[in-house]
Design a protein around this ligand. Structure first.
Ligand SMILES: Nc1ncnc2c1ncn2[C@@H]1O[C@H](COP(=O)(O)OP(=O)(O)OP(=O)(O)O)[C@@H](O)[C@H]1O
Ligand SMILES: O=c1[nH]c(=O)c2[nH+]cn([C@@H]3O[C@H](COP(=O)(O)O)[C@@H](O)[C@H]3O)c2[nH]1
Ligand SMILES: NC(=O)CC[C@H](N)C(=O)O
Ligand SMILES: [Mg+2]
Length: 505
């Protein structure tokens, strides 16, 4: 299989380079600077991309790649930091400049295949303070920015661009990356996630030689796809376990069990609702809620495992970003620690099977569709592991849990009716302890405030609030205050991430 590798210098967007290329059918993987040379030598690697990064190339200890990488003779494309690194390593000059941030106009000076379909002037997205003051000998300047900086340069098969073609704010960026892959590097193969299903099943079958395999199912798209693949590979030896912590949305546990059963996968339903809810009662601190849930989860899961003496394997829905993030990259600025509960504890004495470890979420959705899973799974919104508990501000009470559950259902129903639900990243209700005086049936009532949170996002790292039509907000508000008697006020959350986060807790 032909592939491209991205050397990750800790850029916030290194991931997106791989995403953009894979969207366009070019299989791309991310590697560390230390592994770059070894991997780049493999015959199926057609080209190397050097990512951006927070360091400056002239700083001591800045991430680097061995000179040997340039001697392999494969096409190289440097982006931002990568572009500056090429300049420095091959004898050019990099200096600190005025900086260019955000949308910038560039002028293309030279016709080159990498710019095929570009106009002579295009908008690109920049984020740098250093710049290439002098390209190395033999390099041609292909494009300049409106501030006169080198925006693109090349020599033979070595290219550098100062802007970020991988972000959506560079409208022709995806085209440029594909031009590099197909026209400069000669990648012909068109990679599609759904073509991998047969291979995935074959690999699981080979790995799970004997004994049973457990899959924890949450109803989320990742674990559902894993359950289906594993079941297709080893049949009845696949045991799906669903732990009901009592913090799911209305009807969710029943749906999960019913769906998997309908696919021929028998689900062991564990009712642990009381244990979770009792331990949470009265707990205010967010991190404490998460800790209790994680701990109780591990406890219940361990007890459940003892009922399956033949189990030797544990299947997990680990995705490609989890794999990369866990191998922390040298030089990367930690923006936010990702709070996936860490999945199931790795200290279980079971062999881990992670069939999705090379896939992104959108690709998993494609696998789900190709496997014939219903839309409710394919388009399911991300749902936090700690469930509705992290949508309750202040002390956890069963009353607030019921309010959030009912309000969330109303929000989902109204957005579905308006054809909006599938277009947004997440939509849910939040409740805290502040009260609002209301008048219901001519009587004074003091009730809860429910906040509606609806956001649009591509990867949850940033998010914008959804500009819902007023009529939809109005219908949601009317229904919440009339169907949930304890609520007297509904508000709409209008803060982006950052500075806010998506969940309140
Ligand atoms: N209620 C549950 N019962 C059993 N297993 C669970 C449950 N919740 C989560 N898991 C397991 O733990 C893993 C990690 O959970 P988490 O919710 O963080 O994963 P995820 O990346 O959101 O994946 P998914 O889309 O499958 O929910 C899941 O993939 C699943 O295998
Ligand atoms: O599996 C999860 N376990 C968790 O503990 C958790 N907390 C938040 N989320 C989800 O992560 C995304 C980003 O959330 P925040 O903006 O609130 O940090 C959003 O999609 C959140 O729903 C979680 N997912
Ligand atoms: N985004 C980047 O790669 C930035 C590279 C370098 N740190 C600069 O500021 O110019
Ligand atoms: Mg989940």
């Amino acid at each position: 299989m032909e592939r491209i590798v991205v050397v990750n210098f800790g850029g916030q967007y290194a991931h997106l380079i791989a995403r953009r290329l894979r969207e366009r059918g070019v299989y791309t993987e991310i590697v560390t600077p230390e592994d770059a040379v070894e991997i780049a030598k493999a015959p199926d690697v057609k080209a190397i991309i050097l990512s951006g990064g927070p360091s400056s190339v002239y700083q001591e200890g800045a991430p680097d790649v061995p000179d040997e990488l340039f001697a392999i003779g494969k096409p190289i494309l440097g982006i931002c930091y990568g572009h500056q690194l090429i300049a420095k390593k091959l004898g050019g000059l990099v200096r600190r400049g005025k900086g260019e941030y955000g949308k910038t106009l560039v002028r293309v000076l030279v016709n080159d295949h990498i710019f095929d379909t570009w106009e002579s002037e295009e908008i690109v997205w920049m984020s740098h303070s250093d710049y290439v003051a002098q390209p190395p000998e033999g390099f041609t300047i292909l494009a300049v920015s409106e501030n006169g900086y080198v925006a693109a340069m090349k020599k033979d098969y070595i290219y550098g661009v100062q802007f970020h073609p991988e972000v959506v704010h560079t409208p022709k960026g995806g085209v440029l990356l594909e031009n590099f892959a197909r026209k400069i590097a000669g990648v012909k193969h068109v990679w599609k996630p759904e073509d991998q299903i047969g291979k995935l099943i074959e690999e699981i079958r080979k790995e799970v030689k004997d004994g049973d395999i457990i899959i924890g199912v949450s109803g989320g798209v990742d674990s559902t796809v894993v359950a289906v693949l594993v079941h297709m590979a080893v049949g009845e030896r696949a045991k799906a376990v669903f732990i009901d912590h009592g913090l799911f949305r209305e009807g969710e546990p029943e749906q999960v069990v019913k769906l998997l059963n309908s696919l021929g996968i028998k689900v062991y339903y564990v009712d642990a609702r009381e244990r979770f809810l009792k331990r949470l009662e009265g707990v205010s601190d967010c991190e404490e809620k998460r800790r209790i849930i994680g701990e109780t989860f591990a406890e219940v899961f361990t007890e459940t495992l003892s009922k399956f003496p033949e189990v030797k394997y544990l299947a997990q829905g680990t995705l490609y970003p989890d794999v990369i993030e866990s191998g922390a990259v040298k030089g990367a600025d930690k923006i936010k620690s990702h709070h996936n509960v860490g999945g199931l504890p790795r200290w279980f004495n079971l062999k881990l099977i992670e069939p999705l470890r090379e896939f992104y979420k959108d690709e998993v959705r494609k696998l789900a569709r190709a496997l014939g899973l219903p839309d409710e799974v394919v388009y399911r919104h991300p749902f936090p592991g700690p469930g509705l508990a992290v949508r309750i501000i202040g002390p956890f009470t069963r009353e607030k849990l019921e309010i959030v559950r009912k309000a969330t259902k109303i929000i989902e129903e109204e957005l579905e009716k308006g054809g909006i639900l599938r277009k947004v990243w997440q939509a849910f209700a939040v409740v805290g302890d502040d009260k609002w005086v209301g008048v219901k049936g001519d009587r004074r009532t003091v009730g809860y405030i429910v906040t509606i949170r609806v956001v649009e996002s591509e990867d949850a790292m940033t998010a914008d609030w959804s500009r819902l039509p007023y009529e939809v907000i109005e219908r949601i508000s009317t229904r919440i205050t009339s169907e949930i008697p304890q609520v007297t006020m509904v508000t709409y959350a209008v803060t982006t991430k950052p500075p806010s986060t998506i969940e309140p807790c």
